[in-house]
Design a protein around this ligand. Structure first.
Ligand SMILES: NC(=O)C1=CN([C@@H]2O[C@H](COP(=O)(O)OP(=O)(O)OC[C@H]3O[C@@H](n4cnc5c(N)ncnc54)[C@H](OP(=O)(O)O)[C@@H]3O)[C@@H](O)[C@H]2O)C=CC1
Ligand SMILES: O=CC(=O)O
Length: 327
């Protein structure tokens, strides 16, 4: 008998066909994303679950007595309650690497958009406000040759560093908890303390996972250390930044601008003051959102799922669940 799996997100038909070759599939077909209650109701028989970021905690696992594996179509897995999963021997997987280059492209887009004020100037032209006059009010700042500080020089951080170094001749410095000599060599990058990075970078870019250790990693104290001309980019998770402190820093011109793909609450509330500031470029958490990369992520997640529910080693069990899980 094929193992039963529940697919909670829309996936390409080719990926679904791959899963169906190995498993009995049920899937969410609603027009809008599945609600928490609807998800809980669908898990009675499921041995495997394919999701993107839905919270996996004790409550959900109580509704899923047969569950063996949860496959996230994302590299971040802050939606996993790792202790709850460990206690029940649930395999948790993610989709690293296949999205590195695409997310890095988007991070560069945010760097360029904030520095050269692209959305603001696009609006000015479309609103018919391009006048034949001194254009100094439209000036931006250079990207090339500036210093980029990457907090979280991991897989994606390094791909961003490559673009910045070799495409824009930027000087790269970074801070992780551990040094990464291969990135230092590749990018001629300096490993610096968090304090030094914040004080000396023209662009401060956050690319860490959201964990207990990175909650509000950047707050009032950190913005105070940044240059007044600094541009802050967050492509990690909204919760890694104290959003009130960011709003204050922008409103008080403590920093020059911010480019944000992620927010504390998503979708972001239309009332969020960040949306009213001209020096903020916002995106709806779309770092990995190209057709090809989302296909690759879905296929990798499917391979993880099928392996886990058929008793094989999935390619991408998340680090914290690697030991102690019985396949
Ligand atoms: N906006 C979007 O659409 C996307 C967002 N993401 C987010 O980006 C995150 C990173 O992805 P990826 O590059 O694959 O992950 P990696 O694990 O490869 O890299 C994360 C890096 O962060 C560093 N890090 C972790 N904790 C800290 C800390 N407390 N202080 C400083 N550095 C820290 C790690 O180094 P060390 O362990 O040495 O500290 C590591 O180098 C994902 O977890 C996800 O949340 C990912 C994809 C798309
Ligand atoms: O935010 C996206 C991810 O893959 O993580």
């Amino acid at each position: 008998m094929k193992p039963k799996v529940f697919i909670a997100r829309p996936i390409p038909s080719e990926v679904e066909a791959y899963i169906a070759d190995h498993c009995t599939c049920e899937k969410w077909t609603g027009a809008s994303p599945i609600t928490r209650n609807e998800l809980l109701e669908r898990l009675k028989d499921a041995e495997g679950l394919l999701i993107t970021g839905e919270k996996i905690d004790d409550e959900l696992l109580d509704h899923a007595p047969n569950l063996k594996a949860v496959s996230n179509i994302s590299v971040g897995y802050n939606n996993f309650d790792l202790d709850a999963m460990k206690r029940r021997n649930i395999i948790g997987t993610n989709t690293p690497d296949v999205l590195n280059e695409t997310v890095a492209d988007l991070a560069l887009a945010l760097i360029l958009s904030t520095a050269r004020r692209i959305p603001e100037l696009d609006k000015l032209v479309k609103d018919g406000k391009w006048e034949d006059q001194d254009d100094e009010p439209l000036f931006g700042v250079d990207v090339h040759g500036k210093t980029l500080g990457i907090i979280g020089m991991g897989r994606i951080g390094e791909a961003i560093g490559r673009r910045a170094k070799f495409g824009f001749n930027m000087t790269i410095q970074y801070h992780n908890r551990h040094r990464k000599p291969e990135s230092e060599k590749l990018l001629d990058a300096d490993y610096v303390s968090m304090e030094e990075l914040l004080q000396t970078s023209d662009f401060v870019l956050l690319m860490v996972p959201f964990t207990e250790g990175t909650k509000h990693l950047i707050g009032k104290e950190q913005f105070a250390l940044m240059k007044n001309s600094a541009i802050f980019i967050n492509t990690s998770r909204g919760q890694t930044v104290d959003e009130n402190a960011l709003i204050q820093a922008l409103q008080n011109q403590k920093i020059l601008a911010a480019g944000l793909d992620v927010f504390d609450q998503e979708p972001v509330s239309p009332d969020n003051p960040l949306l009213k500031l001209p020096n903020v470029v916002t995106l709806p958490h779309i770092g990995s959102a190209t057709y090809q990369t989302r296909f690759d992520m879905a296929m990798l997640a499917a391979k993880n799922l099928v392996a886990a529910v058929t008793g094989k080693q999935p390619p991408n069990i998340v680090q914290e669940l690697k030991s102690g899980i019985k396949i």
